[in-house]
Design a protein around this ligand. Structure first.
Ligand code: HEM
Length: 538
C-alpha cells in the first residue's frame, strides 16, 4: 500500500468512488465521442446523466411530458433533442418509420431488459429477437382477427349492455337548448370511470374467461389475501397505475434501477405509495393467473388469450414458466385496460366537443343500426368509415402510449430522418410528436376525423399512415390491436347511438396525467337518452 495507512486509504477510496461516479459522466460528456453535444439537451443535465430524464418524468408539472418535448422540438425548430447522454429524440414524423418500421435494424433498448429481469418476461419486454419471435409465434394465433366474432358474441356485447344499464340510470332530462350549460348536479357520468371499467371487464373476459362484473358493480375492487390470511380489497386500475408511476420515475437509468428504487422508497412518500400499489397489482394478476390455471387443471376447456400459455396447438406443453405467464398476463390486462379506455375517452371527448362530428357519426350509425335503443353489434358497425376515422383521429391526437419508446441503433449505425446516428445509440420519437407534424396533419390540434377519409389513396395518406404509430410499428407492433378495435368500436358506437352528452361547459379541456401512458383524469358529462331515432340529424 506504498506507505499509505489503512484509514487514509479507505478515506481516499470513499472520496474517489463518489467522485468517479460524478466525474465519469462529465468526462464522457466532454469527450463527446459520438458528437451529440451539437444537439440541444432536454434540460441542462441531459448530456451528463440519465437522471435528467427521470427528473423530467417525475417532477411536478402542469403540462404532460410528451407535450413539453413536442413544444421543445417545435419552438426550437430542432429535429433532434438530446434526452440522455446516449439518447436522442427525433421531432419530425418521418423519423417514425426509420426507428420503428420493419426495415429498421433498431431493437428494444436496455430498459425493457431491466423490466423483464425484475418482473418476468412478456412479449413487450423481451428484447432478444429470437426469443421474441418464439413467444410471438406462441401467442399470435389467439390474437388473430378471426376470433373477433367469438369475443363479441361471448363477451363484449354483454358488457356493452351492462354499460347501457348503468348509463341509463345516470341519465338526466334533455336540456331545453343544445347550448345550455349543464347544472353541476347533472354531470353524473364520468366517462373516464366507465370506459376504464368497460375496458377492464372486456379484457379480463377475452384474456382469462373471467367475468369481473366491474360494470354491473360500478367499481373495480378486487379481493386479495395477504400471506397472514388478512383479506383486503384493492382497486385494480389504481394499482396498475401506481405500478406505472413508480417504474416510470426511475427506470430510465436502467442499470441502477434497483438502487434507485431503494433510494426512492426511503426519500419519497409518493414513490413508496405507488410502489406498494405496484405490489398489489402484481398480487392481483398472480391471483387471476392461478385461478385460470386451476380451471385448466380441473378440465375446463376455455378459449381465451391465456390458452396458448397452457397448451400448444398440438396439445403439447408450451415452453413458458409460470413467472412469465404472470408477466404476460400483466402486460395483456394492463394494455387491455389503458389503451382501449384512453382511446374510448378521448374519442368521445372529441365527438362531444365538436358536435358536428358527433352528428355525422350518429347519421352513419343510423344507416346500419335499427331505429331503436340497443347495443351496436360488431358485424353491423365494423366497416363504417367515419367511425373508424373518429377512432383513428382520437388515437392521433392523444395516443394512449405517448411515451418515448426507446430503441437502440444497430452497431453500424442507422439513418433516421436523413441524419446518420452512430451505432448503439438510444433513439425515439414520441407518437404525440409524430402525430402533430403540420405538413401531414393540417391544424394538428383539431379533432377532425375527415382527414382520414378525404386523403384516401393519396401520397399524403401514405405519409400519414407511415407516421401514425399509436400501436408502434414493424415487428414490435401491438399484438392486441384487433382486440382494442372491437372494444373501442362497440363501446363508442353503442354510446353515440343511444345517448346525447354535454361537457361541463363549452371551454372544458380534458386534463391528463402521463407516465408511460396518457391517462385522462376525469370527464364528467351530462347524459340523456336519445329520443328521436327517426330524425338523426335533429
Ligand atoms: C388502443 C389500444 C392500444 C394501444 C394504443 C396499444 C399500443 C401499443 C404500443 C405502442 C406498443 C409498443 C410498445 C413498446 O414498444 O414498448 C404495444 C405493444 C403491445 N401491446 Fe398494445 N396497445 C393497445 C391495446 C392492446 C391490447 C388490448 C393488448 C392485449 C390484449 C395489447 C398488448 C400488447 C402487447 C402484448 C404488446 C407487445 C407486442 C410485442 O412486442 O410483440 N395492446 N401496444
Amino acid at each position: 500500500m506504498l506507505g499509505l495507512g489503512i484509514i487514509p486509504f479507505i478515506s481516499l477510496l470513499l472520496t474517489l468512488i463518489p467522485l468517479s461516479f460524478i466525474l465519469k459522466p462529465i468526462i464522457y460528456y466532454l469527450q463527446d465521442r459520438k458528437g451529440f453535444r451539437k444537439y440541444p439537451p432536454q434540460n441542462p443535465l441531459s448530456g451528463v446523466t440519465k437522471l435528467a430524464y427521470c427528473w423530467e418524468i417525475a417532477r411536478p408539472h402542469k403540462t404532460i411530458h410528451s407535450r413539453r418535448l413536442y413544444d421543445q422540438h417545435t419552438s426550437t425548430g430542432q429535429p433532434v433533442i438530446r434526452l440522455g447522454p446516449n439518447w436522442l429524440s427525433f421531432g419530425r414524423s418521418r423519423a417514425a418509420r426509420d426507428i420503428y418500421g420493419y426495415t429498421s435494424g433498431a431493437r428494444k433498448a436496455a430498459i425493457y431488459d431491466t423490466l423483464g429481469a425484475g418482473g418476468g418476461y412478456h412479449l413487450n419486454n423481451i428484447s432478444d429477437k429470437a426469443q421474441h419471435s418464439a413467444r410471438r409465434r406462441m401467442m399470435s394465433h389467439f390474437y388473430a382477427p378471426k376470433h373477433i366474432g367469438v369475443w363479441e358474441r361471448n363477451w363484449v356485447a354483454d358488457s356493452a349492455r351492462d354499460l347501457m344499464n348503468q348509463i341509463d340510470a345516470l341519465c338526466t332530462a334533455k336540456p331545453a337548448s343544445p347550448y345550455e350549460t349543464p347544472r353541476p348536479a347533472d354531470l353524473k357520468v364520468d366517462i373516464v370511470h366507465w370506459a376504464a371499467l368497460f375496458a377492464m371487464e372486456t379484457i379480463a373476459k377475452i384474456g382469462l374467461s373471467k367475468d369481473l362484473r366491474c360494470i354491473e358493480n360500478g367499481h373495480d375492487r378486487f379481493e386479495l389475501e395477504d400471506p397472514d390470511g388478512t383479506k383486503r380489497e384493492v382497486n385494480i386500475v389504481a394499482s396498475f397505475h401506481g405500478a406505472g408511476r413508480a417504474a416510470a420515475m426511475v427506470i430510465w437509468d436502467s442499470k441502477r434501477f434497483g438502487t434507485w428504487v431503494e433510494v426512492m422508497k426511503r426519500i419519497s412518500k409518493r414513490f413508496e405509495v405507488n410502489w406498494k400499489c405496484g405490489n398489489d397489482w402484481g398480487a392481483a394478476v398472480t391471483k387471476l393467473v392461478h385461478e385460470r390455471m386451476d380451471r385448466y387443471r380441473n378440465g375446463e376447456i376455455l378459449d381465451d388469450l391465456f390458452t396458448p400459455m397452457l397448451e400448444g396447438k398440438g396439445g403439447e406443453e408450451p415452453d413458458i414458466v409460470t413467472r412469465d405467464r404472470i408477466a404476460e398476463t400483466g402486460q395483456m390486462v394492463g394494455a387491455g385496460i389503458d389503451g382501449p379506455a384512453v382511446s374510448i375517452i378521448t374519442c368521445l371527448y372529441g365527438l362531444i366537443k365538436y358536435p358536428q362530428t358527433f352528428q355525422k357519426l350518429r347519421a352513419e350509425l343510423d344507416t346500419v343500426l335499427p331505429a331503436e335503443r340497443g347495443v351496436a353489434p360488431w358485424e353491423q358497425v365494423k366497416n363504417l368509415p367515419y367511425l373508424k376515422a373518429s377512432i383513428d383521429e382520437a388515437l392521433r391526437l392523444s395516443p394512449p402510449v405517448a411515451t418515448d419508446l426507446v430503441r437502440r441503433t444497430p452497431s453500424d449505425g442507422l439513418t433516421i430522418d436523413g441524419i446518420r446516428v452512430p451505432g448503439n445509440t438510444d433513439v425515439s420519437i414520441s407518437a404525440f410528436t409524430a402525430h402533430r407534424d403540420p405538413e401531414l396533419f393540417e391544424d394538428p390540434e383539431v379533432f377532425r376525423p375527415e382527414r382520414w377519409i378525404e386523403n384516401k389513396g393519396t401520397d399524403q395518406m401514405k405519409e400519414m399512415l407511415a407516421s401514425f404509430i399509436p400501436f408502434s410499428a414493424g415487428t414490435r407492433t401491438c399484438i392486441g390491436r384487433n382486440i382494442s378495435i372491437i372494444q373501442q368500436t362497440v363501446c363508442i358506437a353503442t354510446l353515440v347511438h343511444n345517448y346525447d352528452f354535454a361537457l361541463p361547459d363549452k371551454d372544458y379541456e380534458l386534463q391528463y396525467e402521463e407516465w408511460f401512458n396518457l391517462w385522462p383524469l376525469k370527464l364528467p358529462v351530462k347524459a340523456w337518452k336519445r329520443e328521436n331515432f327517426a330524425q338523426p340529424m335533429e
